[in-house]
Ligand binder design. Structure first.
Ligand SMILES: [Fe+2]
Length: 194
């Protein structure tokens, strides 16, 4: 994660737009020497130039800071390719159905990679009437807890928010084949195909 725009990001995004240093410089009212300095890490654009620079490079400021241009090829996204992003500062959970650049509390959030449940993060699923009782034998203290459970199939997602001092359990209808996810605020995202 970049904390500020990098020389490599400026160069890559400029080349993707087929702009010369002089053309980019012209669009934002600086000299080509200035752009050259940015691209060789001998200087950084002033923060007041980030918006015009992003516009000239045809990306958002977030994409500029992240150093990549996200092309949305997500028109017929399969929900099974869902990605989860969790803000480490405020705990916000953001779900997306494809690649995206997501930022919260000033932090660019990576798409979380799910692991198989381990002994301390295992899921137990029991059929109860026409639903499933899902439980995760895990601490639920204010410091360390399971914060959500999601069940994703190709066309829908159900998410249940869990709270510290409650139980790490919920009822859900697990209809069809899908992926069950659960998230520990200390140990990250886990998943199981069901
Ligand atoms: Fe944990």
């Amino acid at each position: 994660m970049n904390t500020y725009v990098t020389s490599a990001a400026i160069r890559q995004l400029r080349e993707r737009q087929n702009l010369s240093q002089a053309e980019l410089a012209d669009r934002i009212g600086v000299s080509s020497k200035t752009v050259s300095k940015w691209e060789t890490a001998k200087g950084l654009p002033d923060i007041s130039l980030l918006q015009p620079l992003a516009r000239a490079l045809n990306v958002s400021v977030i994409e500029l800071m992240n150093g990549q241009h996200i092309v949305n090829k997500n028109v017929s996204a399969n929900m099974l390719r869902s990605k989860f992003h969790v803000c480490p500062i405020c705990g916000n959970m953001i779900h997306s159905t494809g690649n995206s650049v997501i930022s919260c509390c000033g932090v660019t959030l990576p798409a979380l990679e799910a692991e198989d449940g381990d002994h301390d993060h295992r899921v137990e699923i029991e059929n109860v009437e026409d639903e499933h009782f899902i439980s995760i034998p895990h601490p639920m203290t204010k410091q360390h807890y399971i914060s959500f459970v999601s069940f994703v199939t190709c066309d829908r997602i159900q998410t249940v928010k869990l709270y510290p001092e409650g139980n790490a359990e919920t009822r859900m209808q697990l209809r069809g084949r899908g992926i069950l996810y659960w998230y520990c605020n200390h140990h990250g995202l886990f998943s199981k195909r069901v």
